[in-house]
Design a protein around this ligand. Sequence first.
Ligand code: HEM
Ligand code: HEM
Length: 501
Amino acid sequence: MPPEPRITTLPTQVSLDKQAVYDDAHGVGSGHSGVTAQQSSLSTHDERMLRWVFSAYTVTATFWLLFATAVGVLMAYKFGAPDFARGEWLTFGRLRPIHTNATFYGWASLALVGLAYYVAARSSRTRLYSPKLAWIGLVLFNVAAVAGTIALDLGYNNGNLEYREWPGPIRLIFLGALLVTAWNLIGTVARRSTHDIYLSNWYTVGGVLWTCIIAIVATLPWYQYGLGQVSVSGFYMHNAVGMWFTPLALGIFYYALPKLLNRPIYSYALGVFAFWTNLVFYPIIGAHHFLFSPLPWWLQTTAIVFSVAMLVPVWGGSANFLLTMRGRMRDMTHSYPLMFIFVGVIGYLIGSTQGTFEAFRSLQEVWHMTNFTVGHSHLTMYGFVTFSIWGGLYVLLPLGTGKEPGPLGLALHFWMAVVGSFIYIVSLSVGGTLQGLDWKHGLPFIQSVADMQSYWVWRGVGGSLMFLSHVVFGWNVWRMTYGAGTKATPDDSNPAARAGT
Ligand code: HEM
Ligand code: HEM
């Protein structure tokens, strides 16, 4: 029996109209399951199209996760045994951008766009604006990622511009994929049959629009030299994570969490407030990547001030999610999808708060350029973004395809990923701090390498566990899409009550 739906949002915080949107979007208080109510609003053909698009984006994204993290594990082993896997195609300098670009643009981007399409169509109670455009986008994203990977491995790259290492023409293909996606998402939301635009779509449409702007700014050549290039690099790097992955992942929370718990989000107003403050504060903080550089001091200080201001949307957003979950923590003992989302919310809260501290000059003195930053990258891109994607997929993919993974697959995936990433992040955070202190105390560089050795071995152990969890995730995705997964109960709108029991 699904638990009794409880409307917990204060009536003063939302208009009755918005409450109806929650009810539409989540089946809350409708007396029906959300699944049945929503599916009936689309024709069988539209349902099939949406399912195909969602499944295809998820399956290709999963291939990229497996490939990119196999490369990640190989690199991790090289820190312990530098002579392992030699040859020019396997040098660290080539593998590193292959790993970062494939995780960013192959894995996280494709998975989030697939989820965003599903959420846009479902919460707007309409069909996809154009399944054809979704396919074109899928092909462009994948062509860019394959061509980019091959180019990097052959030694063709765009220099040291982080996360922009793919050669220019390939980045144009990626930009094309983004534009197509923006058009299709906006088109879908524009044809909604609900009155309001549901909060999730503010985040996902906002994210894709901002990213088109950011990608264009990062592509135009005229100001990309000297210090101009450094500022654009900071702008691009931080906005890639802050205005692309972050809003898309948050948009998924705003849809999947109410769906899972069968109750509306704690506060719509707080969600809107976090959206606008995120938009105002995030774009100005890129220069915190280049503190103590020749960039103007005032620009660096501005970046630090706004890094502190980021606590507002981060704490506001996290509180909204945690308050939506309040009183339901016990559900976590029998719902892996909820546990994935919970880890994602905590990853967002802790990772971003850590980022604020990292931006202070006094702490940058120790942590800048060290492995501590790599720990922060994985706490956020893995602990937050990747766990959010997994949570979203485990909640929504069974609703789309009618197939669920088995409980053992969910358990193995969750525990290996949590334990593995915990080892990875803690070892690099501790090791990175020691590394920075060694540098600060003026010890010979080789001393810091020797001091890091055991921490790098632990990172290899954690990374191997993470990779194994991805193999299990691949199996789960197969069961939820083209394989023979357990049949999802069609009239049960509360997967928290069943998945992973
Ligand atoms: C309030 C939010 C955040 C702040 C203030 C912040 C701050 C920082 C700072 C200061 C650095 C530079 C470290 C250095 O170079 O020494 C950094 C790096 C990084 N951050 Fe964050 N962070 C935040 C949230 C996030 C989120 C949510 C993500 C991912 C979705 C993320 C991903 C990264 C990555 C990937 C890097 C490494 C960039 C590189 O390659 O140099 N951060 N962050
Ligand atoms: C099995 C899992 C993984 C392993 C073993 C792994 C390993 C590594 C290694 C060895 C590096 C190079 C660090 C350095 O230059 O010192 C790295 C960098 C990076 N990885 Fe991963 N990784 C994994 C998963 C992921 C995932 C899923 C993402 C994103 C969704 C990701 C994003 C990044 C980023 C952004 C960097 C650059 C870090 C920085 O410059 O601060 N990794 N990873």
